[in-house]
Design a protein around this ligand. Structure first.
Ligand code: PLP
Length: 408
C-alpha cells in the first residue's frame, strides 16, 4: 500500500503512472475530513488551562455540545478516543457484577462495548444480531420482559453501527423499556451518528450518550464525550461499588466544569477546533445537517443499486445516512478493490471489519461533505470497480446525481 504522503509520481502497474496532485479523498466513515476553518482554529497558541481566558472556551464548548446532543443535562468532554468514552460511561454508571444487555449490531457493539464491559467485570447478556440490521425492539423486549426483579441495570445500543451501515431506532427501543416499565439505564453509542443523524437525548430519554470528535463533529480524533441524564448521574452516585477511576469520574468533571475549567489538562487546541465546528453546525442548523446527510445517503444507495451491487443493511428504515457498506460479489475481495482505488485514485474507503473483512467495503459520506465530494467519491468507486474487474453495471454516478436532483 502506498502511504498518503508518497512522492508525487506513483507507479500503478498495469494501469500506468498517475501523479498525485489535488486532495486526498478521505472517505472512510471517520475520522472524516476536517474543514479548513476548524484546522485554522486549532492552529493557535496553547493557553493556560487554569488561566482567565480558558473558562470562556470551556463554557462555550460545554454549552455547544449540549445543543448538539439535544439535551439540557450534563456533557462531559474527555481527552480520549470514542472507546475511552465507552469505558467512561460503563465505569461511571455501573458496578462490577451488574447485569447489562448489549444489542449486537456489528463490530463496534463487540469491541467498544461487550469487550470493554466484560473487562470491567459486568455480566453481559449479548443479544445476537445479524450485522445487517439495527437493534430489534422485539429482541430487546424478549430480554427485558422476563426480568421482573430488575436485575438488568443497563441496555447498550450502538445508534449507528459504523461497521455495517445500519442505524438503530432509539425512540422505538426506549418505547419498549417504557412499556415494560423497566428502570434500566439506556446507554447509546453515538460515535458515528452525532451531528449527522438526528439524535435527541432528552426527547428519547437516553441516560448516557457516548461520542467522539472525529466523525460528524468534523474535529480530529482525540475528544470523547458522555452526555449524562440526571437519572444516570444519580445512579452513579448511588452505586454499590464506587468507581475507582479518577480519570473518567463524571462527578469531579461536572463539579469543576461548572466554572468552565477541567480537573486535569484538557486537549486545549482540539477544544478550539470543537468550538469552531459547533459554530459551523449552528450556522447550517442541525435539521439541515441531518437533511444533507440523508440526501447523500439516498444518492449513494442509488449508485450502489445502479451498479447492481448489494447494500449490506437489509432494512430500508434502518439505512445509515453516514455510510454505506457494500457487499462484494462472490469471488472478489473488497480489500483488493480498496487498495487499487487508493493507489490509482488517492481515495481511502472503509475496510470490512471483523467477519466482513474482504467481503464488504464502506463508503463514508459524513461530516464536512457536499454534492461534488459525493460525485467524486462515487466516481472513484465506479472507476475502481471497472479497473479491478468487479462485475457491475455502469451508471452508478449518474443514478446518484439524478437522485440528488430529486431529493430536496
Ligand atoms: N463506536 C462506534 C460506533 C465507532 O464507530 C467507533 C469508532 O469508529 C468506536 C465506538 C470507537 O471509537 P474510537 O475508535 O475513537 O475509540
Amino acid at each position: 500500500m502506498i502511504p498518503v504522503h508518497a512522492p508525487l509520481v506513483l507507479d500503478c502497474g498495469a494501469g500506468g503512472t498517475v501523479s498525485r496532485s489535488g486532495r486526498h479523498f478521505l472517505q472512510i466513515p471517520g475520522p472524516t475530513n476536517v474543514p479548513d476553518r476548524v484546522l485554522r482554529a486549532i492552529d493557535a497558541p496553547v493557553i493556560d488551562h487554569r488561566g482567565p481566558e480558558f473558562a470562556e472556551l470551556g463554557h462555550a464548548v460545554l454549552e455547544g455540545m449540549r445543543a448538539i446532543f439535544q439535551t439540557r443535562s450534563h456533557v462531559v468532554i474527555y481527552p480520549s478516543s470514542g472507546t475511552g468514552a465507552c469505558e467512561a460511561a460503563l465505569s461511571n454508571a455501573l458496578s462490577p457484577g451488574d447485569r447489562v444487555v448489549i444489542m449486537e449490531t456489528g463490530w463496534f457493539s463487540h469491541v467498544a462495548w461487550r469487550q470493554v464491559a466484560e473487562r470491567l467485570g459486568l455480566l453481559v447478556d449479548y443479544a445476537p444480531g445479524t450485522w445487517r440490521r439495527g437493534a430489534s425492539p422485539d429482541d430487546l423486549e424478549a430480554r427485558l420482559a422476563p426480568d421482573r426483579q430488575h436485575e438488568i441495570k443497563a441496555v447498550v445500543v450502538v445508534h449507528n453501527e459504523t461497521s455495517t451501515g445500519a442505524a438503530s431506532r432509539i425512540a422505538d427501543l426506549r418505547a419498549v423499556m417504557n412499556r415494560l416499565r423497566h428502570p434500566a439505564l439506556l446507554i447509546v453509542d453515538t460515535v458515528s451518528s452525532l451531528a449527522s443523524i438526528d439524535f435527541q437525548l432528552d426527547e428519547w430519554e437516553v441516560d448516557v450518550a457516548v461520542s467522539g470528535s472525529q466523525k460528524g463533529l468534523m474535529v480530529p480524533p482525540g475528544l470523547g464525550f458522555n452526555a449524562v441524564s440526571e437519572k444516570a448521574l444519580k445512579a452513579s452516585a448511588a452505586k454499590k461499588v464506587k468507581s475507582t477511576s479518577t480519570y473518567w469520574d463524571w462527578h469531579e468533571m461536572i463539579r469543576v466544569n461548572a466554572s468552565g475549567y477541567f480537573p486535569y489538562t484538557p486537549a486545549t487546541n482540539l477544544l478550539y477546533g470543537l468550538r469552531e465546528a459547533i459554530a459551523m453546525l449552528q450556522e447550517e442548523g442541525l435539521p439541515n445537517v441531518f437533511h444533507r446527510h440523508a440526501r447523500h445517503g439516498e444518492a449513494t444507495r442509488a449508485a450502489v443499486r445502479a451498479w447492481g451491487l448489494e447494500i449490506l443493511c437489509e432494512e430500508p428504515c434502518e439505512y445509515s445516512n453516514v455510510l454505506t457498506a457494500v457487499l462484494m460479489p462472490e469471488g472478489h475481495n473488497a480489500d483488493r478493490l480498496r487498495t487499487l482505488i487508493l493507489e490509482r485514485f488517492d481515495m481511502s474507503l472503509g475496510t470490512g471489519l471483523g467477519k466482513l473483512a474482504g467481503k464488504a467495503f464502506r463508503i463514508g459520506h459524513l461530516g464536512s461533505f457536499n454534492d461534488l465530494m459525493l460525485a467524486g467519491t462515487l466516481g472513484g468507486v465506479e472507476m475502481g470497480l471497472a479497473a479491478a474487474g468487479v462485475p457491475h453495471r455502469p451508471g452508478g454516478v449518474a443514478a446518484a446525481l439524478a437522485r440528488l436532483a430529486q431529493v430536496d
